[in-house]
Design a protein around this ligand. Structure first.
Ligand SMILES: Nc1ncnc2c1ncn2[C@@H]1O[C@H](COP(=O)(O)OP(=O)(O)OP(=O)(O)O)[C@@H](O)[C@H]1O
Length: 252
């Protein structure tokens, strides 16, 4: 079966530094893959190349066999590659529900064009409420976004991403900056998205217990290059990975 997403010799140089170095990777639909690697390994840059924030120096990304070389990040979202919004993309003075409703509306605009005007406000609201249930924010629905805790804002970001209803979700360190108490809730949210079974998920995370718990496979980046790609068990038992990376790092 054709992979849903694939990269071919994907590389980017910043000056003389190859931040992503000739990465060939592919994923089948509905797979959950995590990306690990030390700080500066190129994980976020790799995401930026897939989502279209950055243009590769060499190589290409393919979505269902289609070259994305000339596609902007907006076009890639429209095709089906969604990246979690940064907190800065959340409207701080709107409520949680209003933020998600806007994301639902933006997806419907993309999909239905002319019909958009005739869609009922209630239908959009109900869809937004369903998403808030999924990301465990129902009780915060009428709270203004800038009053949320950091962890709640991250859940809202994921909710806004789900509202776009893309086939692929790129999640860049969803637990970053969270207190220890906030982590289990985000883990539950991601697990429930996985269990629904309709999304292909790429996750960058530093929390190894979370990665092992969720991932079908793990890829390891090191100095911009793909060091290993395999099941969690294969990666944990891979000597090169242990020497180059796992042994030298303490995880929280
Ligand atoms: N826009 C840029 N201009 C110049 N160098 C950059 C740029 N973006 C990233 N880099 C460099 O590319 C390398 C990879 O950075 P990247 O942020 O992708 O790593 P990372 O694996 O996501 O790290 P972390 O785990 O710390 O988030 C680093 O050396 C970084 O300094």
């Amino acid at each position: 079966m054709e992979p849903i997403i694939k990269t071919s010799n994907l590389s980017i140089k910043f000056g003389e530094h190859k931040a992503v170095d000739n990465i060939n990777f592919e994923m089948s639909a509905k797979h959950f893959k995590s990306i690990i690697g030390p700080n500066g390994a190129g994980k976020t840059t790799f995401f930026n190349l897939i989502s279209g924030e950055l243009e590769p120096t060499e190589g290409d990304v393919f979505f269902k066999g289609l070259s994305l070389r000339k596609k902007s990040s907006v076009e890639r979202t429209r095709l089906g590659i969604g990246r979690s919004f940064q907190i800065t993309n959340v409207f701080p003075n709107l409520t949680v529900l209003e933020n998600v409703r806007l994301a639902v509306q933006s997806k419907r605009k993309v999909r239905f064009h002319m019909l958009n005007h005739f869609l009922k406000y209630k239908e959009i609201t109900n869809e937004a409420i369903g998403i808030l249930e999924q990301v465990l924010l129902t009780d915060k629905m009428h709270q203004v976004a800038n009053q949320l805790s950091h962890g709640e804002k991250r859940k809202l970001e994921i909710g806004m991403l789900l509202a776009l209803d893309t086939e692929i979700l790129l999640l860049d360190e969803p637990t970053a900056g969270m207190s220890l108490e906030e982590v289990p809730a985000i883990l539950d949210v991601i697990r429930s998205i996985k269990e629904r079974g309709d999304k292909t998920i790429l996750l960058i995370e530093h929390k190894m217990d979370m990665i092992i718990d969720l991932s079908d496979s793990i890829m390891v980046l090191f100095n911009g290059a793909l060091l290993a790609d395999g099941t969690p068990e294969e990666i944990m038992n891979n000597e090169t990975v242990q020497q180059a990376y796992l042994g030298g790092l303490a995880y929280d």
